[in-house]
Design a protein around this ligand. Structure first.
Ligand SMILES: C[S@@+](CC[C@H](N)C(=O)[O-])C[C@H]1O[C@@H](n2cnc3c(N)ncnc32)[C@H](O)[C@@H]1O
Length: 271
């Protein structure tokens, strides 16, 4: 068993990992991430303390699924691309998407997080991790820039200071002269204001900073929208039926008001 003592934003990745493990254990998994379930079994941590319930298992899987599909679709068109996944935590997307060996894939997170990955997940050709804060920009020099780039960031942007987040995106866009895509999620400024309503953020004692209201704020950095999903639209009617009554009521209520609908969004953007 691996004992871990993560706090604040590093602890939140244990919550999303646990969410995917709960999904994998269910009868009708959305993501079916067995590696997440195996990792949870090997980590000595009080996962129950993270505030993750069955609803959250479903919502974490519902957020990850379209991101997997968008990443896979980009890699089908660009089988020689370079992938950079920021704030990877214990996410096992590289195994789920299973790109061809011509793809080079880099997962980036704090050193102690990628160390844990190295202890629990197998190596694979074309894959490596980088232990660094994503905003200590020196790590970008380690990424080859001779192919199209796919930048993935799930559950990361909101933890960055706005000026650092914008600088990070600008640098990554400039790093890939052949262009590419970014697949990531954002919170609105209202989402940042209401952060303490999010049990995972509250229990991990994490702080969220970067809220983005308008797509134009990202277009100014050099990105063009390809697709977007509001958090109220992640679930199909069949999956909605599997959520608790209170979660369904929250989604229904949020769906009535544009400001609530766009509190959390997933984006696919081109650069
Ligand atoms: C909510 S978790 C999401 C983890 C993973 N993407 C997932 O979906 O399971 C946030 C992750 O971002 C990482 N993170 C936050 N700020 C970071 C930074 N400045 N540099 C590197 N990683 C960061 C945390 O360590 C954590 O792994």
């Amino acid at each position: 068993m691996e004992k871990v003592r993560f706090t604040e934003e590093k602890a939140t990745m244990l919550a999303t990992l646990y969410g995917r493990a709960l999904d994998a254990r269910g009868e009708r998994p959305i993501l079916g991430d067995k590696a997440a379930d195996e990792a949870v079994k090997q980590i000595d941590y009080d996962f129950a303390s993270l505030g993750v319930n069955a609803d959250m298992g479903l919502t974490v899987a519902l957020r990850a699924k379209p991101m997997d599909e968008w990443a896979a679709s980009f890699l089908r068109e660009h089988p020689d691309a370079t992938v950079v996944q920021l704030g990877c935590g214990m996410d096992s997307r590289v195994y789920r998407v299973d790109p061809p060996p011509t793809v080079r894939w880099f997962d980036v997170d704090y050193p102690e997080v990628v160390d844990l990955r190295a202890r629990l997940y197998p190596e694979r050709d074309g894959y490596r991790t980088i232990g660094s804060s994503v905003t200590d920009f020196g790590w970008i020099d380690e990424i080859p820039s001779d192919k199209p780039g796919l930048v993935i960031a799930e559950g990361l942007t909101m933890y960055l200071r706005p000026s650092e987040g914008e600088e990070l995106l600008r640098r990554l866009i400039a790093h890939f002269p052949q262009g590419g895509e970014m697949v990531f999620d954002i919170f609105s400024r209202l989402g940042i204001k209401l952060q303490k309503l999010n049990p995972v953020v509250r229990k991990a004692n994490a702080t969220l900073y970067w809220g983005i209201d308008e797509i134009s704020e990202l277009e100014r950095l050099g990105l063009t929208l390809v697709s977007k999903l509001d958090s109220t639209d992640y679930a199909t009617p069949e999956v909605k039926d599997r959520l608790s009554g209170s979660m369904r009521a929250q989604l229904w209520f949020a769906g009535l008001f544009p400001a609530f609908k766009k509190m959390g969004r997933i984006l696919r953007m081109r650069f």
